[in-house]
Write a protein of this length. Sequence first.
Length: 194
Amino acid sequence: MGFRFIALMAVVCAALGLGIPAHAQNHGEVGVFADYFRVQSIPVDMVGVGGRVSVNVHPNIALEGELAYDFDKGFGQAFDNGTGTITLQRSGLRAFHGMFGPKFQVGTGALRAFATVKGGFVNFDVTGAGPVSGFSSAVDNLRTDNVNATFYPGVGVEAYLGPIGLRLDAGDQIYFNHGANHNVIVTFGPHIRF
């Protein structure tokens, strides 16, 4: 599973790299990002990485899909044993997100703003696995019962210099588990227009 996934990603990246024209088009975007995910119900702050692809169906509307993986979260805990010792523990909590939906954008030049509404899933996984095997177990766990539906309204900005740019967006990733759970999510990273 791991080797096939890496090989597939290498082929996709190579194909995208060969297909990028010298001047900026406006057919869609591909990008990677770092994300900050505040799980309010615990509460815990998580960080991770992800990628997204969008295709413009109109100059002001794109259909976009994204996946993100938030790494194991460490936390400090103080014990009152007279020495004031603080111990760092690993929680084993990871999150794997996937969302899809429309992006409504204004401006077609170097700077544009957008609003988006997406639906998808978030999978919380608590294991002692390492980052790579933790990602694999999160993907495998999508077939189990610990997957929650999500709804994401968000806003953001993109700035481009030719086909290469940066994107920042923020919103409320609401997941549904015994009611609606509101969570702040912020992503930032480079994008390529094609």
